[in-house]
Structures are given as structure tokens and as C-alpha cells.
Design a protein around this ligand. Sequence first.
Ligand SMILES: [Zn+2]
Ligand SMILES: [Zn+2]
Length: 199
Amino acid sequence: MSDVLPSKKFLQLIEVLFDVSATVVREFANCKVIRLPEYSNSFIKFLDLNKHKLYHKWENDTPCCHCNNFKNLPHEMTSTKFYMLYQKISDRPIECIKRKGVVMKNGCIKQYCICNIIPQQMITLDDMDISMLAFLLRNSNLTESQVKCIDNLTELRNILCHARSTFSFPDVKLENVKTRLLYYTRKLARMSIRNIIHQ
Ligand SMILES: [Zn+2]
Ligand SMILES: [Zn+2]
């Protein structure tokens, strides 16, 4: 590999990241989360049942009609990211299934109604990139070692995707990223396979 140009090595890693690691993370998400009985093997059902939780990852300082004891939460999601997963069925308020609706005070919204928000209807796991998959998985019930593995892959994804050019990394750094990328990708693949074998 020593006579391969650094930019070629970098592009090979990008290929591994997008074509192999992302596929492994998707398969892991499918095995460990989407196939749980409550989601009936449906990513849309997963989004539907997690709508309230994910809504407050974005709208973190105002309660909604689904809240019981609202507490301010960390802001972890942009509206762009949220609306990659969900859509509004109407811009106007619709009948609130919780019968609480929107609450306004002095012209400010004190409570939102999320009943007019539904999952994107054509969305599948294949539409999700590593960072979105990692975000959704971190909000699922995974073990500490599973989360650690996902976090490491996200970190490597960020290192590669935030590079300023294809030849900006020294050889030693490329080798380090390659070793870690392959290690965590294989580790996650083994975790998925174990799950399939035990079904
Ligand atoms: Zn709420
Ligand atoms: Zn509502």
C-alpha cells in the first residue's frame, strides 16, 4: 500500500465508510431495533412511536400536547434533521388527539400540538446516513458497548467527512483511521450476526 497515493488511500476509506460501514450500521439498526416486536419490522412505525421523544430533541424548551411532565431537554436536533424524518400533514392545527391543542399566551406559543406531524411516508432505513443512524440508535435502548462502537464509527465518519482535501492526511493518520474503521465495522457486524443466529 506504500506506493498508493495518499489521496487514493483516502478515497478507498471513503468507499469503505459509505458502502460498507454504513450498510453494517443499517443492518445493525434493523436487527437490534426495527425488528423488535413493537416496531413490527417497520421503520415508519419506529418513527411513529418515537415521534414525541424525537420531537423534543429538536423543540426542547416548550411542551407539546403529548407531554405530561415536561422538562427542558438538551437541543440535539435541528428542524432540518427532524423534517427529514417527519412531515406536517397540514400547516393548520388539526383536531388534537390529546384534546389539549396549541396554547398561546401573550402572542407566544406555550404548548405545541404535534398531532399534525407524521413520519415521512416513503422513508426507509436505506435513506439514513451514518450520522442519522447513529443519532437514532443513541436514542434507542442499546448496551454501553454497542453505543461505544456506534460513537467510534461516527467519530471516524466525522474525521473523513470533515477533511479539507483528499490529500490532507499524513500516511500514518490514514492507516490509523483505516485500522479503526475496519475494527469497529467488523465489531458491529459481529453484533448483528449474533442477533440473527439467536433468533
Ligand atoms: Zn411533548
Ligand atoms: Zn395534539
